[in-house]
Write a protein that binds this ligand. Structure first.
Ligand code: ATP
Ligand code: MG
Length: 439
């Protein structure tokens, strides 16, 4: 591996891969102080994962630290960035404040290394979802050249870290066209709460510093003087015995996945688990190389803690679409259950919520009382509206699986029902009010 490679770019670049200080000082002041702080350790571990993406054939993607202001999110990104570089006015960490075209160029520049993007709040909500796919899938837009011919689009492989006060899903929801984040986007940018739950923002162990504020300032000061050496040391070690090291990384990754597999979890969960496993493996490899001054198993523990935080944050291990299906229907019934459903079977009597002559404005469906529960009846067209852009069939299936929707004799979610004002029995969806009590 003595080949000298010189990178020639078509455009002038600000090279963020600078070095300062020494590896030893970085280890003492940055690496050691990260111990016990799961978010910092995950960020540091992930920093070494970029060069392993290709040899391990795993997909790119990112971790997003979400939390309130001054919890240490940017600090975590800067700590990870110091593995690769720093200096200049802004250091190694870039920002989301860019267009998708601009981010393409930035991503290509960070191919196989680490990309850090701070403040997700700054990207245009209309572009956020697309960018999530673009960064992880590693390919820019196809464009036409001057003569209309297809130009080669830029390509990259990147593991990225991101931060913000809101999640990607919340960012996408800011779009006035009111779009929901697709499950695929949420799998690509994994949301980890920045607050580690120890009452000190992102930090859990202060290593003798008087408070989290001073601890954050210590990191900022330490990495302004020491950066860039860790990645060089890692790459040097990696290529000394490439086959052996990649095999070791694969073994570590598999071990993490096996230890943390959640039985019965959705495929989305195992895909995200693979991303945590990659970071964990990279961290363990870096500590085995003597670069991260941690004890064996530390990187695994930190990644495990963050993986659990991710599961808690998403509300369980079911598919994101299934969870959305339940919350969408539940939200609709919470908002309209007592005002937009017409009571049937002449059940309105004194004391019930709806008097016989009460008028339903903008009727969404019908309601009847059954065994102490209420049953909400939707006609198929209204059901589509309730599902708000999701596949109505899939939403119905999820509700049937959880026992919140009645099935016909054929096991299908639609049942035939006589309804007031409709001559023939109509096919409808019947949802039990027990969905409102379930959490
Ligand atoms: N966990 C913490 N507890 C208390 N103060 C903190 C903590 N983390 C950071 N700070 C303070 O906030 C300053 C900014 O830190 P940092 O840039 O990491 O915050 P941030 O979470 O990115 O905030 P913002 O959302 O405003 O960008 C630090 O210099 C420090 O003074
Ligand atoms: Mg910040």
């Amino acid at each position: 591996m003595n080949e000298r490679v010189i990178f020639q770019s078509a455009v002038p670049l600000d090279n963020p891969y600078r070095c300062a200080g020494t590896l030893q000082t970085w280890q003492a002041e940055v690496g050691k102080n990260a111990v016990g702080n799961s978010r910092l350790m995950l960020a540091l571990s992930a920093a070494f994962a970029g060069p392993l993406l290709q040899p391990l054939s795993v997909e790119g993607g990112g971790f997003h630290f979400r939390g309130g202001s001054s919890t240490g999110k940017t600090t975590a990104l800067q700590v990870a960035g110091s593995v690769w570089g720093g200096g200049g006015i802004n250091g190694y960490v870039g920002t989301w404040r860019a267009t998708s075209n601009g981010l393409e160029g930035i991503a290509a520049l960070h191919c196989d290394t680490l990309l850090c993007l701070d403040e997700i709040g700054q990207i245009d909500a209309r572009e956020a979802g697309q960018v999530a796919y673009m960064l992880s899938n590693g390919r820019g837009k196809s464009r036409a050249g001057r003569g209309g011919e297809a130009r080669k689009s830029s390509e990259w492989r990147v593991l990225f870290l991101s931060s913000g006060e809101i999640s990607l899903a919340q960012k996408i929801a800011e779009d006035t066209r009111n779009r929901r984040a697709m499950a695929g986007q949420e799998v690509r940018i994994v949301d980890v709460t920045a607050d580690a739950g120890a009452g000190m923002g992102i930090f859990e162990v202060l290593h003798g510093f008087p408070g989290p504020d001073a601890f954050a300032r210590h990191f900022k000061a330490a990495i302004s003087k020491n950066y860039g050496h860790a990645s060089i040391a890692f790459l040097t070690k990696l290529v000394e015995a490439p086959t052996k090291n990649v095999e070791r990384a694969a073994v570590l990754m598999k071990a993490f996945q096996e230890q943390n597999t959640v039985s019965g979890a959705d495929g989305q969960v195992s895909r995200v688990l693979a991303r945590f496993a990659l970071a964990a493996a990279a961290g363990e490899l870096a500590l085995e190389f003597g670069i991260l001054p941690w004890a064996s198993g530390n990187a695994f523990d930190a990644a495990r803690k963050c993986f659990r935080a991710w599961i808690d944050g998403r509300g369980g291990t079911e598919a994101a679409e299934d969870r959305d299906a339940l919350t969408t229907v539940r939200r609709f019934l919470e908002a309209h259950g007592s005002s937009r459903f017409e009571l049937i079977h002449g059940e309105a009597h004194a004391g019930t919520e709806q008097a016989i002559d009460s008028r339903i404005i903008n009727r969404a469906g019908f309601v009847r009382h059954q065994d102490g529960e209420r049953e909400y009846i939707f006609l198929p067209e209204t059901w589509k509206d309730v599902c708000a852009g999701m596949d109505p069939g899939r939403v119905a299936k999820v509700l049937v699986e959880r026992g919140f929707m009645l099935t016909g004799g054929d096991g299908k979610p639609q049942v035939k029902q006589r309804l007031p004002g409709i001559a023939k029995p109509a096919r409808c969806y019947v949802v039990s009010s027990s969905i409102l009590a379930d959490d």
